[in-house]
Design a protein. Structure first.
Length: 319
């Protein structure tokens, strides 16, 4: 899975698993295979990969879990040669009733409707291109065979949605000397705890913390060779967070070197009620041992508004 992140993240997943239905005048159905359409936005892409631009696409061999109505275990669909193929043949349970179907990404072998393991967010590298390995998406759709023409359509208001919040921090530097980022960390209560996901019989979904999972409050990454912070585009850190019901302050800290001198700097002024499916973008300038937060943007992953605020944080020289 690849990840390209812009303010509009797009995902189009076409899951084809059937033949054309043919219904006789007497109402007997010869073919009732389930066909599935799914999207996150209206851009024709098909997967969850992230680069600095931000759109989301699927790669060959990506897998999705699909729940038939009232089934506890999911069926795996695999993306291959431009379509999604089910590991087993699925047919409509009946042709008249409204039925609720649910789906999630990425597929997990051990998943059940009431307990779908979610990725371990502490393993993230901070690279936008690797976010697809940690993203989690879910969708549900209620429909019946006749009105849906045999298609379960995860589109529009029933499109796949991101469960996590996305924090993107762009670091820039205008110094002539080379500045290298050597480490970064983010600390916030429960933001990196291993959660799980579940669907009810009605198709609603929610994240929850299994009792056996301990709290994880910190993410950190070390860059042994250093990442150069350049003027202009700079470098970007992209990290997925657990959403929150209340405002949660984050501690953001970095270490960097300039002309052989090592600095540390940080801020505790990043604070939000982090909402699932929202992108929190910060522009931070490194200048003479300081971090200057030049503004931030809060948006859904396909549109948003900008609020500006300048904050200066003192950097400390390390002996």
């Amino acid at each position: 899975m690849k990840n390209q992140y812009v303010s509009g993240i797009a995902l189009l997943m076409l899951l084809a698993a059937c033949q054309q239905e043919q219904i006789s005048e007497q109402g007997t159905v010869e073919n009732t295979g389930i066909r599935i359409q799914a999207s996150i936005s209206d851009q024709p892409e098909s997967r969850t990969t992230a680069q600095t631009s931000g759109e989301t696409t699927f790669d060959p061999n990506d897998e999705i879990g699909f729940f038939m109505p009232e089934e506890a275990a999911p069926t795996r669909f695999t993306y291959n040669t431009g379509k999604w193929v089910s590991e087993t043949t699925l047919t409509w349970p009946n042709l008249t009733d409204d039925l609720t179907f649910c789906a999630f990404y990425p597929y997990q072998e051990s998943a059940t409707r009431s307990n779908i393991p979610m990725p371990d967010l502490t393993g993230q590298s901070g690279e936008a291109a690797e976010l697809g390995a940690y993203d989690f998406l879910s969708a549900s759709k209620t429909c019946n065979f006749s009105t849906a023409a045999g298609v379960v359509s995860f589109t529009g208001s029933n499109a796949f949605k991101h469960a996590y919040s996305l924090l993107q921090i762009t670091l820039t530097d205008s110094e002539e000397a080379t500045t290298l980022l050597t480490s970064a960390s983010i600390t916030g209560e429960g933001r990196f705890t291993n959660y799980a996901y579940r669907f009810t019989e009605e198709g609603t979904g929610e994240m929850f913390k299994p009792e056996s999972n301990e709290e994880k409050n910190e993410w950190n990454a070390t860059y042994d060779e250093g990442k150069e912070i350049t003027d202009g585009t700079g470098i970007q850190l992209a990290v997925l967070l657990n959403p929150s019901d209340t405002e949660i302050p984050l501690d953001f800290n970095i270490s960097y070197t300039r002309e052989g001198v090592t600095f540390t700097a940080g801020t505790s002024l990043i604070s939000h009620t982090f909402a699932g499916g929202y992108n929190y973008k910060y522009q931070i300038h490194v200048s003479d041992g300081e971090l200057i937060v030049e503004g931030y943007e809060i948006s859904k992953w396909n549109d948003g508004t900008v609020e500006d605020e300048n904050i200066t944080i003192e950097g400390t020289v390390q002996e």
